[in-house]
Design a protein around this ligand. Structure first.
Ligand code: SOE
Length: 387
């Protein structure tokens, strides 16, 4: 077998996402042996020297750094993987692009459209490959939903409905800012559920159903003040705890989206449903190997919702795993993203969503927040979304 080409990774950030990405890099060679490229875990970076050493040992990184600029300066790194809080994505990505590094950036791309645009410009100017980890696209049942819609089986699409429900911030004692709770701090995160959770729903929705053209939204911040974990001060909360919006898609369908961190009992309930002229599909993250499908053209006496167990070799990604009937999990979506990024280096095609695609998602998020503040409909400025 020909020697593999190496993609030498410099990972910045060792939180939850640092772990999901590292697992992706580690699993790919076992399950995607035909790829020309293989990831090499060159260096991991975090401010705490002791913790970053332990992370490197646990996940198999060759070395550590405590300053992200040192990672970008290294000649033995080809790609920078950004797993830090949202307020540092732009600075790190722009520096990485200037140094000619490829960039794999955790979602959302940035806090604002302005930041995201600068990142796109820097990446385009440098001509470097990029991708953003909107991982849910790469769950086989979600990829299959796209294939089914693209095949025309649903006919004209009328409705796209999505939810992302959690309940981890109901207590007023949850702080804002700091490790683990930076998502609660508007300066670090940019927004609340809109950028953190609805961004996933918007990415999947536009990938499957095309551009969202205009939006009307309402947001709420249920707990108005929280202690800041770094300053110790009780400060106003600037993020949206909940957001509901409706919208038009360019294809004429209507969208309805809801996200909250106040839905008691729901930990990460991401669901979507699409209703077309002939058929409907729906998906639920808590039962991620299944895609529900209803086809009105079925013979009347057996017509009904089918529950398709997406574990067969002819369904997306599933030929790479076990045998038909055996399911996979959340972590595999990250393995698939690594595999697709490596494949994109072979084919020269972008690994969607790249920075440009994710800028479009950012535009929808910003229009949603603007609409809620101004209590009016807002155009997103997204004209087409074909990735
Ligand atoms: C928030 O709790 C979070 O971890 C998001 O940041 C992730 O993007 C989402 O996939 C799961 O929930």
């Amino acid at each position: 077998m020909a020697a593999k080409k190496e993609l030498r990774i410099g990972l910045i950030g060792t939180g939850f996402m640092g772990r999901t990405h590292s697992n992706g890099y580690n699993r790919v060679p076992n399950f995607f042996p035909d790829l020309e490229y293989t990831p090499v875990l060159k260096v991991v970076c975090s401010r705490n020297a002791e913790k970053v050493k332990a992370f490197a040992e646990q996940w198999g990184y060759e070395s550590t750094e405590t300053d992200w600029k040192a990672v970008i300066a290294r000649d033995d790194v080809d790609a920078i993987d950004i797993c830090t809080p949202n307020d540092s994505h732009a600075e790190i990505a722009i520096a990485a692009a200037k140094a000619g590094k490829m960039i794999l950036c955790e979602k959302p791309l940035a806090r604002t459209v302005a930041e995201a645009q600068e990142m796109v410009d820097a990446a385009n100017e440098a001509g470097v490959n990029t991708t953003v980890w909107y991982n849910y696209r790469r769950i086989p049942a979600v990829s299959l939903a796209k294939q089914i819609v693209d095949s025309g089986k649903l006919g004209k699409i009328f409705h796209y409905r999505a939810n992302f429900l959690q309940d981890w911030t109901i207590s007023a004692d949850v702080p804002q800012g700091g490790t683990g709770t930076w998502r609660m701090d508007v300066d670090a995160a940019g927004s609340g559920v809109t950028g953190d959770l609805l961004a996933h729903c918007i990415d999947t929705a536009m990938w499957i159903n095309g551009a969202i053209t205009d939006v009307s939204a309402v947001t709420e911040t249920f707990v108005k003040e929280r202690m800041h974990a770094i300053t110790g001060k009780v400060q106003p909360v600037g993020i949206d705890d909940a957001c509901i919006f409706h919208c038009h898609f360019a294809n004429g369908s209507l969208g309805l989206f809801e996200s909250t961190r106040y839905a008691r009992g729901h930990k990460a309930l991401y669901t979507f449903e699409i209703n077309g002229e002939h058929a409907s599909i729906r998906w639920d993250l808590h039962d991620l190997n299944r895609l529900e499908y209803f086809d009105h053209r079925d013979e009347g006496i057996v017509r009904g919702w089918r529950s398709v167990h997406v574990t067969d070799g002819d369904q997306p990604y599933m030929d790479k795993w076990w045998v038909p009937g055996l399911g996979i999990g959340y972590e595999h979506s990250f393995v698939h993203q690594v595999a697709d990024f490596l494949k994109s280096l072979e084919t020269g095609q972008p690994c969607s969503p790249n920075f440009q695609d994710s800028l479009e998602t950012q535009k929808v998020c910003e229009a949603v927040l603007d609409s809620a503040t101004s209590k009016s409909w807002k155009d997103t400025g997204v004209e087409s979304f074909t990735m």
